[in-house]
Design a protein around this ligand. Structure first.
Ligand code: MN
Length: 207
């Protein structure tokens, strides 16, 4: 059993002008693919650790991973998992604002949609080094939170469900934005797939 690369749900140039085609192509077909290849190598050498589990199930129970390969699974499995989520929560038809139960929860937790957006943008811009800004649901309290995650660490490893993930590794923006990470983060909100984020929220609440 091996994991598979989810098909990119749009063309390489579909996210322009926010994210240029070359960046999407390299990010997806090189970076994401490489995390997957490295993960599958670990799977082939340690089939009993994975044993038909989803990568989310594996990363949600780090204690079950032998210590000799745990950090590699966090790095490569997390890189695979985080990028699956990242591509799916972007869309050329995205932008606007969330609706329904998610919107109610955002207003209740953060005061307003704009206030949540501002906090998430600040979190993403403020990651020191490589990582992600994320809107998550805490699996115990069922409260929304904004968090930073480092490197390829995952929200599911700390008992939270990723609703919206913003990749701020330099490979996500450097060709077009160079050092201007804040510009990339501000613009990415115009391509957020809120339908997908709402679906994740509804699913996480039902668990
Ligand atoms: Mn990335």
């Amino acid at each position: 059993m091996v994991y598979e690369l989810p098909k990119l749900p749009y063309a390489y140039d579909a996210l322009e002008p926010v994210i240029d085609a070359r960046t999407v192509e390299i990010h997806y077909s090189k970076h994401h693919q490489t995390y997957l290849n490295n993960l599958n190598k670990i799977v082939e050498e340690n089939p009993d650790v994975f044993n038909g589990k989803t990568i989310e199930e594996v990363l949600s129970n780090l204690d079950l991973i032998p210590t000799s390969i745990r950090q590699q699974v966090i790095n490569q499995g997390g890189g695979y998992y985080n990028h699956n989520l990242y591509w799916a929560n972007l869309s050329p038809n995205g932008g606007g604002e969330p609706q329904g139960k998610l919107r109610e929860a955002i207003d209740k937790t953060f005061g307003s949609f704009d206030s949540m957006k501002e906090k998430l943008a600040q979190a993403a811009k403020g990651v020191f080094g490589s990582g992600y800004g994320q809107l998550v649901l805490d699996n115990q309290t069922k409260e929304l939170e904004i968090i930073q995650t480092k490197n390829q660490d995952t929200a599911c490893s700390i008992g939270k469900t990723t609703l919206l993930i913003i990749d701020v590794w330099e490979h996500a923006y450097y060709l077009a934005y160079q050092n201007r990470r804040p510009d990339y983060v501000d613009k990415i909100f115009s391509i957020v797939n809120w339908d997908e984020v709402e679906k994740r929220y509804d699913l996480a609440l039902s668990k």
